[in-house]
Write a protein that binds this ligand. Structure first.
Ligand code: SF4
Length: 205
């Protein structure tokens, strides 16, 4: 699946992209946190970014630079971001997300942000969060996307809403914090973006 995501990103880049994408790419290309700008990469980081194509990965989040920069619902992974969201996600309280997998992790709200926290996970163990996005009404063009190939979201519809499975690739050792975005068309046909994060730490034992 990572392979397909990487190929799609490469094809996407060959098409004409908007100016915000080019601007982001220039910043990432010059950033000291871009793996291609490091003379020596620690082995831990090499493992973290090995699932990405080539050497262009952000060492903060280990996502491919192409995936990050081409997604309008993502912002730079640095604590003081160097570039921002293009489509600002909605963090409104009405964002109704419920945890359907309480035995694995927990869904918490920190300020206006939702986090699904896996806490510590063993290397290669299952890390799948099952969440319910409550919406009795079927939503037009409903999608769940992640900015990174190591985070795979899927969804299905039931009578209460959308059951969302988000799996993290636990072959990547270390801390992670990944953004997942829900999007759909509102009644006025405007696109709505809602964002949450999954986080945790994969331990090598
Ligand atoms: S996402 Fe931000 S921190 Fe990461 S390489 Fe790009 S500019 Fe640097």
């Amino acid at each position: 699946m990572n392979f397909i995501k990487g190929v799609k990103a490469k094809i996407r880049n060959k098409k004409k992209m908007p100016s915000w994408y080019t601007e982001r790419l220039i910043i990432c290309n010059q950033c000291s946190e871009n793996s291609k700008n490091k003379a020596k990469i620690p082995i831990k980081d090499k493992i973290r970014i090995s699932h990405n194509f080539g050497k262009d990965a952000c060492l903060i989040c280990s996502c491919g630079i192409n995936d990050l920069t081409s997604d309008p619902t993502v912002k730079c992974s640095a604590k003081s971001p160097k570039w921002d969201w293009i489509q600002v996600p909605n963090f409104d309280i009405k964002f109704n997300l419920e945890n359907y997998s309480p035995s694995i992790g927990s869904l918490t709200r920190e300020g206006k942000y939702y986090f699904y926290d896996f806490s510590s996970i063993k290397f290669k163990n299952d890390a799948t969060a099952v969440l319910l996005f409550v919406s009795k009404k079927e939503l037009d063009s409903f999608k769940v996307i992640s900015s990174c190939g190591c985070t795979m979201p899927e969804f299905s519809r039931n009578e209460k809403g959308y059951l969302i499975n988000v799996s993290y690739d636990t072959k990547i050792i270390g801390d992670f914090e990944k953004q997942v975005s829900i999007s759909y068309l509102k009644e006025n046909k405007e696109k709505e973006y809602l964002t949450f994060w999954i986080k945790g730490c994969v331990l090598d034992f």
